[in-house]
Design a protein around this ligand. Sequence first.
Ligand SMILES: Cc1cc2nc3c(=O)[nH]c(=O)nc-3n(C[C@H](O)[C@H](O)[C@H](O)COP(=O)(O)OP(=O)(O)OC[C@H]3O[C@@H](n4cnc5c(N)ncnc54)[C@H](O)[C@@H]3O)c2cc1C
Length: 315
Amino acid sequence: MVLVFAETWKGQFKKSTFEAVRYGASCAQMAGSHCTALVMGACDNPSELATHGAENIIHVSDAGSFEPHAFAGTMADIAQKDGAKALVIAGTSNGKALAGILAIKANAAAISQVIALPESMSPLTVERSAFSSKGLEICASKAAQTVLTLIPNAIGMTEVSPGAGNLQSAGMSGTALAVPGEQTVASGSIPLPEAERVVSAGRGLKAAENWGMVEALATVLGATTACSKPVSDIGWRPHSEHVGQTGIQINPQLYIAIGISGAIQHLAGVSGSKVIVAINIDPEAPFFKAADYGVVGDAFEVVPKLTEALKKHFA
Ligand SMILES: Cc1cc2nc3c(=O)[nH]c(=O)nc-3n(C[C@H](O)[C@H](O)[C@H](O)COP(=O)(O)OP(=O)(O)OC[C@H]3O[C@@H](n4cnc5c(N)ncnc54)[C@H](O)[C@@H]3O)c2cc1C
């Protein structure tokens, strides 16, 4: 059996949750078993996971807010009871916190940064991203249970048949070691780790007041905005937009980098993007080596023209 942690936010599933459940259903199909989704805390419609391949859905409605020790203890107990071999988690910030503790509690192998369906389910063998996305590794589990943490957006929505979605209830068995506080969310459209399109800008934009053209381009594309580290360090943009090795790691379909040099620490967080477009005044900017498309030019001329052209295209 494959057990998937079905993360929610304010009672709703995240896109990365659907990706994880579909991944779990595909693994279960490979293993000739079934996929069970575990929902902890408030959830408006747990049965929604059936369309993503969940055969069983266990809802622990009294779980409260996310606390990794309590959630990991409960998930480890359910995995043990139901004989789960693979424990699948989306690599969100909560997912990453859960995965390590869960692996310890379940005495399971932990394979993080997974980017593909398993090559084999016995032994569980899967490809993962390594060296800050600069390399790949094929990792084989030697343990009876394996925790897999998926990079959000890296695998996408695998094709699955709907599951039966048998709904069951369970109680919390894990113990919390911390008290979750009130959470405040950065404003903005789609959170960066889940965004399909990202428009990002760097120090080449020269001042905070020049971000209007970045936002205008993002609006036309339905994209989320991001920035390089120095930009958030200076305070031109909030830290929640900082992408890279020390910031958020993203895997959108489209990443547009405006006035960003393409330092290795920046690329470490964005090189999983499917299509990269770099706009830079310097033809020697390192970003052009990592980009699929490059525009050598002054961002202050190129970006407004690009926005106007896209507006006409989408009109
Ligand atoms: C341990 C460590 C961790 C780090 N982690 C991160 C991280 O997570 N994320 C990150 O981003 N950085 C990180 N950095 C910093 C990184 O090394 C770079 O310094 C940083 O990415 C550079 O940001 P930038 O490209 O915005 O600025 P710059 O390096 O100053 O580049 C600005 C670019 O804008 C171009 N430009 C200038 N004017 C224009 C114009 N008018 N039109 C178009 N282009 C123009 C320039 O040609 C240049 O390429 C880290 C560094 C260290 C040491």
